[in-house]
Ligand binder design. Structure first.
Ligand code: ADP
Ligand code: MG
Length: 236
């Protein structure tokens, strides 16, 4: 078993440049450690490299130099199969735009990751229902995304992220398309999951969202701002 205090993500001097007519050096030596059980936000202005960083953490994109350890495994020069295997086993993604399939209902959307794992329809629908219940959405199970509010859609997306029982949730601006009340509700959902032990990393440019996490990491011009603002919250 993994130790409580062990880093689940460790980045050392990560550099990333997008090639092009004018190459763009986006990440300029990122050092970052996330421990198991943390609820962390990464904040920075638009264009500062937040999504680039999250895509690297989620093994959706490669980096040029440095080292990235995920759950003790060096994520570097992996085959596509190995990358997919690690990603599917360890990571749940949540996106600003929900990324739900519009012609599938909530249960089918939540169950989809299990379809790709070859789980039987009966079992994946049962597990999907359990996640929807956990999100307080049992009564929406057979509704299409178009019949749900933004907050409900994002909770369906969170249920989908949870269904493979990942070690960490990576969320890219998960409240970016939501009004402020709904944003707070979704952030409260992340906090509840964190209190159950889930490690959660949320990218946001909303200071309100950042304030609802235990640690705020700032990124500016491709670097982590050194004097991290640490917000300690009483557990309530
Ligand atoms: P953020 O999520 O903080 O807004 P991004 O990581 O999306 O920032 O982007 C950082 C910079 O990299 C921006 O200038 C953006 O235009 C550029 N960028 C992002 N993705 C690509 C890409 N695939 N190819 C080229 N440039 C990109
Ligand atoms: Mg972004």
């Amino acid at each position: 078993m993994q130790q409580e205090d062990e880093a689940i993500l460790r980045l050392t001097e990560i550099n990333k440049t997008y090639d092009g007519a004018v190459p763009l050096h986006v990440l300029k030596g990122i050092n970052l450690e996330i421990r198991r059980g943390e609820l962390v936000s990464i904040m920075g202005a638009s264009g500062s490299g937040k999504s680039t960083l999250l895509n690297i953490l989620g093994i959706l994109d490669n980096y040029d130099s440095g080292e990235y350890y995920l759950n003790g495994v060096l994520v570097k020069d992996l085959t596509e199969n190995r990358a997919a295997e690690l990603r599917n086993r360890l990571i749940g993604f949540v996106f600003q735009s929900f990324n739900l399939i519009n012609y599938k209902n909530a249960v089918e959307n939540v169950a989809l990751p299990l379809f790709y794992q070859g789980v039987s329809r009966r079992r994946r629908n049962k597990l999907a229902m359990e996640q929807l219940e956990r999100m307080g959405l049992a009564d929406r199970a057979h509704h299409l995304p178009g019949e749900m509010s933004g907050g409900q859609k994002q909770r369906v997306a969170i249920a989908r992220a949870l269904i493979t029982n990942p070690s960490i949730i990576l969320a890219d601006e998960p409240t970016g398309a939501l009004d402020s009340k709904t944003s707070r509700d979704v952030m409260a959902t992340f906090r509840e999951l964190n209190e159950e032990g889930m490690t959660i990393l949320i990218v946001t440019h909303d200071p309100g969202g950042g304030a609802q996490t235990d640690r705020v990491i700032r990124i500016s011009d491709g670097l982590i701002v050194p004097d991290n603002e640490i917000i300690s919250k009483s557990s309530n």
